[in-house]
Design a protein around this ligand. Sequence first.
Ligand code: PLP
Length: 445
Amino acid sequence: MSEITNSPRTRTQELYERGRELIPGGTQLLSKRPELYAPGLWPAYFKSAKGIEVTDLDGRVFSDFATMGIGACVLGYGCEAVDEAVIARIRGGSTCTLNAPEEVALAEKLVALHTWADQVRFTRSGGEAMAVAVRIARAITGRSVVAVCGYHGWSDWYLAANLTGGDALGGHLLPGLEPAGVPVELTGTTFTFRYNQLEELQAIVAQHGARLAAIVMEPMRYVQPSDAFLEKVRATADRLGAVLIFDEITNGFRANLGGSHLRLGVNPDIAVYAKALGNGYPIGAVVGHGAVMDGAQRAFISSTSWTEGIGSTAALATLAEMERTQPWAHIATVAEKVKQGWRELAVKHQLPFTAAGDGNLCVFGFGPGKDANASRTLYTQEMLDQGYLAGAGFYPCAAHTHAAVDQYLMAVDQVFARIAAAAANGGVRTKLKHREADQGFRRLT
Ligand SMILES: Cc1ncc(COP(=O)(O)O)c(C=O)c1O
């Protein structure tokens, strides 16, 4: 608590204090915890958001150079074409006893975008769409074991990988994910392999190949596939009769109309979308080819909220707006400009620094070194003072103009200078107004 009560108290901070008491873990999504950015300072709640501008409960306005709704708002906040379509749907009713016709139009559209696919099921969040995909794979193969690479949500099938006592999922985006509440009987049903490490997948196959229901992975996240990795994974799935599931929840619609696999030239059996598909309105899609999607007829997969009309309406409008505006070249240019700017400024201020991200999910780290996490926290703290939401990840969107990027990089220049000065004068920790940010999952109280 003291990390909050020590702050100049704002309405935003006060509400978060109450939110932490009433809501276990404070937020519904780990990545929206202020403790991951700058504890006691990061504005937990927004009153409004438009373009890249976010207004908190105290009327403070920030430019979002963080993740634009954890990657959901590729067209920017409050995209009018999408909002207008949603408002019209709401005026006609968003839910009733009957189904929303937009879901057929959306399925039609997604099948047309994926020439290898025939059918689609819808959910409202990414994690549940992944759970549906894995259920389908297990139903159609009659097998249990999953080989997994990367992060795919909060479900039992995924967290089961950590039941062996170690942090098998630790090298897959989020360290420290506790399998508490996951039946121990699921031990030995999910095994991890790392990206571009074919031999790790082969080791799983050697032990469990005959029981393998699915191989689950993002086609790419921060680095490109090397040595025909995706083709070899595809061939492995084919040889074993396992279902290849590509998770495009974060990558999808960021660089092209559809998933990254369409650019990389390897087709899965199932591709899963959420986030950007509805530009922030809740919609998840499990796109698959007919033979595999038959598993969705055999298995019981059903939910009331998956039938409402806002998600599918928002997705149709998002796809139409993306087709009209073709935002991807701009997003790629912004990503390169920011990464280049980070690197040049780190050299200028002689900061130990690594910037990653072959695509447009840009991430950096201060380090190596013992001050890496404190420097990241100080960066966020100082950028907030300059009017920016900014952390170690930047997910550009259509609404990041070149002028906004230029201004942002000027602010980064000043903040990097302060971090370098702090490091030279006995350490960055002394400059933190509160404690260092958390890294990954941990209990809050
Ligand atoms: C690759 C990937 N899969 C699955 C998920 C889970 O999606 P959601 O948070 O909508 O449940 C995420 C969320 O960040 C993700 O990045």
